[in-house]
Design a protein around this ligand. Structure first.
Ligand code: SF4
Length: 699
């Protein structure tokens, strides 16, 4: 039996692969895994089926996008790639090379990619789909608490007496987290569950208080709660005095968020607002959870920071059962950011734009000073604009399907058609993105390679190989390392195993906020999953203990004090108007994973969610003469979608919903991201994928 981790979402449930008499494996939940206690959702239960279909097994190449792909050997593929990288670097400089990666990569893959891109090729243009997932949470933790890293752990789900869920349909998107919280809520009627979501989701259905706020009014609501807490003196004066900065400025902002104005802007009643504030104020342990509904916004960092403001105001942080807990989307988005897998980061939560940090990494990697460029690299959307402006000459996409998941897909398609050289390194083909590739590199998938992943509660799990990769597919880190060696960096890439890669990476975390230095593959195999921080010298008992950050109330800022944000609300980047009178919100279905590269081929999941549906309120549907099952066109300033409608009271008046899982491979005009726009948070550079203005035309 092999103990591993579900590689779909950031919950990070433990799995056991049990060998069967016929040589296959059966998956079941791992009861010994502290994150999931043996529970799994439909994705984890069917994960093995996702390995058997639609696999890319051999490198393929074509000169032009209009040519047919030709099968080639790895030798030929690496030769083409290395020559192209060297040529682009010499002619245009490292900045013309971009990598677009994924939170599906294991920590070892991420680390070797950072060394190759930022260290050896001299490009900081390594961004990932995490930019679209949780970069606002990263920026907010950093600004408010001094460092990235959620301070809470899953055990807090069972210790809280008030759970405040905002911008997260946890029941569908993080099912096992929701399962744990729901059981606690059911067993303890005094525990309050507040859900903030414009849509009455499966999560909101079981809430004690559902605040169906108008899209884009999250900060109004949070400041409105802050205002009431401050007015009623339900705040922790001692905590504010000893452990924070910026309270006076915060009060200057929230004093204007009077209940009447907030209730009117949010579209809720004053009673509902007061109830939420009362439960915040009365509770001993408030745990807030959030995900894309907060992060995917042009004011995503401000939203996440305004939520943290409430925790600072009430001292609800640094104790069991409370704190601001960002739920990560991807299974290893956490491990990725810890290795420096975003365009502004270096390993160990170091910052590209900090000369000391660059120097430390260059020295450790055995590279001359100045090897790492001094400016932050391009975010994922800046790679698209770089293609539009002929500044990007090589784009290497790894383990992700941006031709479904990026905003404004028509513009992304046009940019990719201009790309002089696009490499797609993936386990699957065809995908919407492989259609735009010149070179395809087959990658081994989870279970076919060994590596580690870190889930939302900072818990690191070893995922050993137990299956052979199909055809000639290789592990991602092995591909990056081979390219590095062929570019002449033999000393930097002389790894012979994933364990060696991990052993090198953890050294760069020693003494940093995300200290992994007491971890190794061997230790993880021996002790099971371990949360960081786990510094070198941590004994076995301490290593497996549950960990929370900031228990001593010393935050990671220079003076140890957390920072109030005090930022006023802006609202939607693209509000509705006469031509586009509805707000479209996008989201996920329970069974599908992101762009369906895997779940789209699993019969059980396809049966659960065979097609995307536009959800619309009955009164809006009545005015447009739409009934459930009718075909409608959803049109924004950028494109359109043709889907069937589902009429239901779960939607707010004036707001409609589409799932984001469908792309061009499933049919013309099914992709929700044909409609969305790329306007981004100026701090986190995360686009506002969650909301745009549309009109609905019945057919
Ligand atoms: Fe996998 Fe997430 Fe489901 Fe757990 S909740 S089984 S990690 S998809």
């Amino acid at each position: 039996m092999v103990r591993t981790l579900c590689s779909y979402c950031g919950v990070g449930c433990g799995l056991e692969a049990v060998p069967q008499a016929n040589g296959t494996y059966k998956m079941r939940g791992d009861r010994a895994h502290p994150s999931s206690l043996g529970l799994v959702c439909v994705k984890g239960a069917t994960i093995l089926e996702s390995l058997g279909v639609n696999r890319l097994t051999q490198p393929q190449w074509r000169q032009k996008l209009t040519d047919e792909f030709q099968m080639i050997t790895w030798e030929q593929a690496l030769d083409i790639l290395v020559k192209q990288l060297a040529w682009v670097r010499q002619k245009y400089g490292g900045d013309a090379i971009c990598f677009y990666g994924s939170g599906q990569l294991q920590t070892e893959d991420y680390y070797v990619a950072q060394k190759l891109a930022k260290g050896c090729l001299g490009t900081n243009n390594f961004d990932t789909n995490s930019r679209m997932c949780m970069s606002s949470a990263v920026a907010a933790y950093q600004a408010s608490l001094g460092s990235d890293g959620p301070p809470c752990c899953y055990e807090d789900l069972e210790l809280t007496d008030c759970a405040f869920l905002i911008g997260t349909n946890t029941a569908a998107c993080h099912p096992i987290v929701f399962n744990r919280l729901r059981q606690h809520h059911k067993r303890n009627p005094q525990v309050k569950l507040i859900v903030v979501d414009p849509r009455c989701t499966a999560t909101a259905e079981v809430a004690d208080l559902h605040l169906a706020i108008a899209p884009g009014t999250d900060i109004d609501l949070l400041h409105g709660i802050g205002h009431l807490l401050w007015q009623s003196d339900s705040i922790d004066q001692a905590f504010i005095h000893h452990h924070t900065q910026g309270f006076t400025d915060y009060v200057q902002v929230i004093q204007h968020y009077i209940p009447e104005r907030v209730a009117q802007r949010c579209g809720i009643t004053i009673d509902q607002l007061q109830q939420a504030a009362q439960w915040w104020g009365e509770s001993k342990r408030v745990l807030s959870l959030w995900s894309m509904g907060i992060n995917q916004s042009a004011e995503g960092t401000a939203k996440a920071r305004s939520l943290m403001d409430l925790h600072l105001l009430t001292g609800q942080i640094g104790r069991p059962g409370c704190g601001p807990f960002s739920l990560t989307g991807q299974p290893n988005a956490m491990g990725g950011r810890e290795t420096g897998g975003l365009a502004h980061l270096l390993p160990g939560y170091r910052q590209i734009e900090n000369p000391q940090h660059r120097g430390e990494i260059e020295h450790f990697w055995g590279l001359p000073p100045g090897s790492i460029a001094s400016k932050s690299g391009r975010s994922m959307w800046e790679m698209i604009t770089g293609l539009e402006q002929n500044q990007v000459h090589c784009l290497w996409i790894v383990a992700t399907n941006p031709l479904v998941s990026m905003p404004d897909l028509t513009r992304v398609q046009a940019a990719l058609r201009r790309s002089p050289f696009t490499v797609v390194q993936d386990a699957y083909a065809p995908t919407e993105t492989t259609e735009y590739a010149h070179l395809l590199l087959p990658a081994a998938q989870w279970g076919e390679k060994t590596g580690t992943m870190t889930n939302s509660e900072r818990r690191v799990t070893l995922c050993p190989q137990f299956l052979p990769p199909p055809g000639t597919a290789r592990g991602d880190w092995e591909i990056f390392a081979e390219v590095g060696r062929r570019l002449g960096f033999t000393a930097q890439f002389n790894f012979t195993s994933a364990a060696e890669v991990f052993a090198e990476f953890v050294q760069l975390t020693q003494g940093r906020g995300c200290d992994y230095s007491g971890l190794s593959h061997e230790r993880l195999a021996q002790l099971g999953p371990i949360t960081w921080p786990c510094p070198l010298g941590t004994d076995d008992t301490e290593a497996v203990n549950v960990k929370r950050l900031y228990l001593d109330k010393k935050f990671a800022t220079p003076d140890g004090k957390a920072r109030f944000a005090a930022i006023a609300s802006q609202g939607l980047a693209e509000p509705p108007d006469g031509d586009f009178p509805f707000v479209l919100t996008t989201g996920r279905y329970y069974g599908h994973w992101h762009t369906q590269t895997r779940t789209g081929r699993i019969a059980k999941i396809q049966k659960m969610h065979p097609e995307p549906r536009l959800e619309i309120h009955p009164q809006d549907a009545y005015k447009l003469a739409i009934t459930t099952g009718d075909w409608v066109r959803v049109i924004s300033r950028r494109g359109q979608v043709r889907v069937k409608a589902t009429v239901g009271e779960q939607m707010r008046l004036g707001t409609v919903f589409l799932p984001m899982h469908w792309g061009a491979l499933w049919g013309e005009q099914m992709a929700a991201n044909n409609l969305t726009h790329p306007q981004s948070c100026p701090v986190s550079r995360q686009p506002e994928l969650k909301a745009c203005a549309v009109r609905i035309e019945p057919e």
